[in-house]
Design a protein around this ligand. Structure first.
Ligand SMILES: C[S@@+](CC[C@H](N)C(=O)[O-])C[C@H]1O[C@@H](n2cnc3c(N)ncnc32)[C@H](O)[C@@H]1O
Length: 167
C-alpha cells in the first residue's frame, strides 16, 4: 500500500512483532505501550535508530502525524469510557492518504463478560467510527480458538484496514 517507507505508529506493540517488521522495511516507528516488558522487548530489536519507544497508556499519548497507524490486538483493552476519544486521536493522526489498521473485539468474544473494562464493537460501530474513510478491509472472525498461552477462548474479532481520504 506504500511506495516507500514512512512514519508509523505501532499502538500496543507488545513483543514487537509488527514494529520489528516495519523497522526491517525501513520505516521510522513510534511504539507506544503501557507495559515495561514491552519496552524491554523493543529495546532488543535491531534498527534502534529508527525506533522511538513511548512508555504510556494509549489514552494519555499525544500522537504526531503518521503514514501508518497500526493497532493490532491493543485498542480493545482501552475502556469504553475512553475508547471513542482515543480512537479519534489516532484517526486524526493519520496523514491524508495514510492507512489505519486495527483489530477490534466483537460482542460475542469470550472476554465480553459482566464487569469487564474492555471495549467490544459491532461492525456498525466501526463503520460509524470510520465514516468518510475508504474501508479497504473489514473482516469478521467469530470462532473458537486459543489465547497465546494455549487457553481455549472464543474469538470474535474485526480486522480493519482503512485509508484516510482527503476531505
Ligand atoms: C495482546 S498484546 C498485542 C501485541 C501486538 N500488537 C501484537 O499483535 O502482537 C496487547 C498490547 O497492548 C498493550 N496495551 C493494552 N492496553 C493498553 C493501553 N491502554 N495503553 C497502552 N498499551 C496497552 C499491552 O501492554 C500489550 O503489550
Amino acid at each position: 500500500m506504500f511506495e516507500s517507507p514512512g512514519d508509523a505508529l505501532d499502538v500496543g506493540p507488545g513483543g514487537g512483532r509488527d514494529t520489528r517488521y516495519l523497522l526491517s522495511q525501513g520505516w521510522r516507528v513510534t511504539a507506544v505501550d503501557a507495559s515495561p516488558s514491552a519496552a524491554a522487548a523493543l529495546r532488543r530489536l535491531p534498527q534502534q535508530r529508527n525506533l522511538q519507544m513511548v512508555l504510556s497508556a494509549i489514552e494519555d499519548f499525544e500522537p504526531a502525524s503518521y503514514d501508518l497507524v497500526n493497532a493490532q490486538f491493543s485498542l480493545p483493552f482501552v475502556a469504553p469510557a475512553h475508547f471513542d476519544a482515543t480512537l479519534k486521536s489516532l484517526r486524526d493522526s493519520v496523514e491524508t492518504g495514510g492507512i489505519l489498521t486495527a483489530t477490534f473485539f466483537g460482542k460475542h468474544d469470550g472476554w465480553n463478560v459482566a464487569g469487564t473494562e474492555l471495549t467490544f464493537s459491532t461492525a456498525a460501530d466501526i463503520e460509524r467510527l470510520f465514516l468518510g474513510w475508504e474501508l479497504i478491509e473489514l473482516t469478521e472472525v467469530d470462532e473458537d480458538g486459543h489465547t497465546a498461552d494455549g487457553a481455549p477462548k472464543h474469538w470474535h474479532i474485526f480486522h480493519l484496514i482503512a485509508r484516510r481520504q482527503s476531505q
